[in-house]
Design a protein around this ligand. Structure first.
Ligand code: FRU
Length: 512
């Protein structure tokens, strides 16, 4: 490959790289979210909120790993996120203790850690986002005390014991209950946040305590479980009340349960999905974030449920409209990207064609110039020999027309070939020796000046001389001319001659 071609290829390569890399300039961030369990509506809402917020940040990617309520799986997920080098780690721990070492590890390695909803056992995190579960427990206690007018029997349905919301919702509730000695917590049921687990525990306990006045469940799904169990148990207190936590909007959410009189009151427990992504973005942008981001809570019962329903359905509709607009925007962006890609592609092809055209043209020009020079060299030689003869007669030396090194080289080369023209064994080695140059030097010089190999050039000189002899009036036969110009056989001479001049030696002779 010539150096010019190499340069063209390099420029073209760099240009193509520039085009293909144009879009890669944007920084991409990866947020890893280790979710304790992903199946229930509350967690799904959290994911939707996260995705909605993320749609405003196309350069940020969110990867969610769902541990399906298993501590070991969650530990593994966090380790995988650390190994992947996530830019921000979000964790909603299944239970506090088991995952604390992994979360601490991530934090100590310098990965910003956002804890959502459930806490770990340590303070090694960047931000905690969630409502205050102790306060929720206290608010529930006060509400219950008021509802029961300070007297009655209560069953408490626990969330997962090892999770901090369950511990704190219990602690806050107990804190208030201590002030009401006439309210008796007659049983605690293990609900583990799940409707079915809560149901199986409640079936036994409610059967034993048919005079229960109220069921306080740590979330709405377990409050619904209590309602459904009691509904099918005629012996149970007909005035039994149910209190839950979460207050999700939409069908099958806590607000609807209150509206349908299945649950008496629920306490809003925001998922924090939107806030988690917003905080992650702030961290990525280098902004300072609060260590504790406490979300607001509110009680929803028959007194405000209609207003809440109106508000939440309005919000849901607005969110749907945002999603539709987002989808349209995504489609527009996709089309724009395709168009830009095609445009750059066309441009790259055009530039490629221009480069290639220039290269081919310059090659053709070099070839053409070499061809002319070859022709001129042979002709000049023949002419100078003729001149030499005349001048010799006049006892004068012919003038050397051009004295540049290339011409001197070509003159020497021609001299050697012409002096040995009848020698069919004349070859490159002999020429090199006569010129006092190496094989490669001679090859390069002939190639650059005449654009052909040394042997090719010898053949050109032989044929040219033969053509001159054939056209002259001399009584030489074709065989004699063939031998004189160094061809090993007349037959080979004739074939080579015809191949070059498209006319046979005899035809040239006849014309002459
Ligand atoms: C959802 C959930 C919610 C509850 C929260 C506590 O998985 O059980 O109902 O408020 O988790 O972490």
């Amino acid at each position: 490959m010539t150096s010019r071609l190499k340069l063209i290829c390099l420029i073209y390569f760099l240009f193509s790289c520039f085009i293909s890399c144009k879009d890669e300039g944007k920084t991409r961030y990866l947020i890893g979210f280790s979710q304790c369990t992903g199946g229930d509506k509350w967690r799904q809402t959290m994911h939707e909120e996260m995705r909605r917020e993320l749609s405003f940040h196309p350069d940020v990617e969110l990867l969610i790993k769902d541990a399906q309520g298993d501590n070991k799986t969650q530990k593994k997920h966090i380790q995988e996120f650390i190994a992947a080098g996530v830019d921000v780690l979000i964790v909603s721990p299944n239970e506090a203790k088991p995952v604390t070492p992994e979360v601490n590890d991530a934090f100590n390695r310098g990965i910003p850690v956002i804890i959502v909803d459930r806490r770990t056992d340590s303070k090694s995190y960047t931000t905690y986002i969630g409502a205050d579960n102790f306060e929720i427990g206290k608010a529930a206690g006060e509400y219950i005390a008021k509802l029961l007018k300070g007297k009655g029997k209560v069953i408490e349905v626990w969330g997962l014991r090892g999770s901090t919301p369950a511990q704190n919702r219990h602690a806050g509730f107990k804190n208030i209950m201590n002030k009401y000695p006439d309210i008796e917590v007659i049983a605690e049921v293990e609900g583990e946040w799940e409707i079915e687990t809560a149901k199986s525990g409640l079936l036994k306990v409610l059967k034993q305590h048919t005079d229960t006045d109220l069921v306080y469940a740590h979330n709405d799904m377990m409050a619904l479980a209590a309602y459904q169990v009691a509904e099918n148990m005629p012996s149970v207190n007909s005035n039994l009340k149910f209190i839950g936590v979460d207050a999700l909007p939409g069908p099958n959410g806590g607000i609807q349960f209150v509206a349908d009189n299945m649950v008496d009151a629920t306490f809003l427990y925001p998922t924090g999905g939107e806030e988690a992504i917003r905080t992650a973005i702030n961290i990525l942008e280098g902004k300072v974030v609060d260590k504790e981001d406490m979300l607001e809570t509110i009680v929803i019962d028959s007194s405000n449920v209609r207003v809440m329903q109106l508000q939440t359905s309005k919000i849901i509709n607005q969110q749907k409209s945002i999603q539709r607009q987002q989808a349209m925007l995504d489609e527009q962006t996709r089309l724009y990207r395709i168009q830009r890609f095609v445009l750059w592609g066309i441009l790259a092809v055009l530039v490629g064609i221009v480069f290639l055209g220039t290269y081919i043209l310059s090659r053709l020009r070099t070839k053409y110039e070499a061809e002319i020079r070859k022709k001129e060299t042979v002709e000049n030689y023949n002419y100078s020999v003729k001149e030499k003869k005349q001048y010799n007669n006049a006892a004068e030396t012919p003038k050397v027309v051009q004295e540049n090194p290339d011409n001197i080289f070509l003159k020497k080369l021609n001299d050697i070939i012409h002096e040995n023209l009848s020698d069919s064994t004349l070859n490159v080695a002999m020429i090199c020796k006569a010129l006092g140059m190496s094989r490669i030097q001679v090859y390069r010089k002939v190639k650059s000046l005449l654009d052909c190999g040394v042997n090719d050039y010898i053949k050109t000189v032989r044929l040219d001389k033969a053509k001159t002899l054939l056209s002259e009036k001399n009584n030489l036969s074709i065989s004699e001319i063939a031998y004189q110009t160094g061809f090993s056989s007349p037959a080979y001479f004739s074939t080579t001659f015809k191949a070059k001049y498209k006319i046979s030696p005899s035809e040239v002779q006849n014309k002459a």
